[in-house]
Design a protein around this ligand. Structure first.
Ligand code: ADP
Ligand code: MG
Length: 266
């Protein structure tokens, strides 16, 4: 059964979508079966994985609101083993309509959709929007764990406190099994004092949760979405692609899902 991991941070522009796309692509290259669910009306993960948002006719919106089977909507991407459940700007209107559902049901709609898919994938990533609306609550209710990307910039921890509180509320009310998968330092620049201060600060606050892999600032990561490709297809040798591959290996190791190196034989 696949593990469901949400990418969340109430701050925008911290690398949630970049991480969803590139971590997912790296895991697919490592031969895991991967699905990215784009749960953001901005649909950046959808376009970043090469799907023209203007031509998306059915999206996650239809799964959430009309009960359309997710398999009818999921598309393959250019990376073998990496599928996408696309988003659409219409998703903005979904939250209002979801409010028409009974209180007890409205937070579990996405969990119901995902339960039909778990057996088909090893890892399912949900790319969340920064707002804390009903769709993000649905994502955290459906998820097994959360990856929190933190940008190595001023006010880095702003938003993290809020998100950790949100996670506690979800744990006590909706999803007691929700864990923190890891905290990821993004847009790290080892030459900058500020970047290092933020990284040290985050590691000191969350020593066990922070990934050793830090995602460096790399222009290939910001150019690749315009080409509709993960960095590993756009420029496989780029630092961005390399860092996300390192993160994929670290994630698999944390989950006991990476083959042990064989003992050297005499
Ligand atoms: N490591 C990085 N190096 C350079 N640019 C990055 C990096 N990570 C993200 N970006 C760029 O920063 C912007 C915000 O990233 P994004 O992943 O869209 O954030 P979020 O989904 O949290 O809003 C995008 O333009 C993206 O291309
Ligand atoms: Mg995003």
């Amino acid at each position: 059964m696949g593990k469901v991991i949400a990418l969340a941070n109430q701050k925008g522009g911290v690398g949630k979508t970049t991480t969803a796309i590139n971590l997912a692509a790296s895991l697919a290259v490592l031969e895991k079966r991967i699905l990215v669910i784009d749960a953001d009306p901005q649909a950046n993960a959808t376009s970043g994985l090469g799907i023209n948002v203007k031509t998306v006719e059915k999206s996650i919106y239809d799964c959430l609101l009309t009960g359309l089977a997710p398999r009818e909507i999921i598309v393959k991407t250019d990376v073998p083993g990496l599928d996408l459940l696309p988003s659409h700007i219409d998703l903005v209107g979904a939250e209002i309509k979801m409010l028409e559902r009974p209180v007890a049901a409205r937070n579990h709609i996405l969990a119901g959709v995902i339960s039909k898919l778990r057996d088909d994938y090893d890892y399912i990533f949900i790319d969340c929007s920064p707002s804390l609306g009903l769709i993000v609550v649905n994502a955290l209710t459906a998820a097994d764990s959360v990856i929190i990307p933190i940008q190595c910039e001023y006010f880095a921890l702003e938003g993290t406190g809020k998100l950790l509180n949100t996670i506690k509320v979800i744990q006590s009310n909706l999803n007691p099994n929700l864990g923190i998968e890891g905290i990821l330092l993004t847009m790290y620049d080892s030459r900058l004092l500020l970047s290092n201060q933020v990284a040290d600060d985050v590691c000191a606050h969350f020593p066990d949760l922070t990934y050793q892999t830090r995602i460096g600032r790399n222009t290939k990561l910001s150019e690749a979405p315009a080409a509709g490709q993960p960095a590993i297809l756009y420029d496989a040798d780029s630092r961005g692609a390399t860092h996300y591959m390192q993160l994929a290996v670290e994630l698999l190791k944390r989950n006991g899902d990476y083959p042990e190196e064989p003992e050297p034989t005499e």
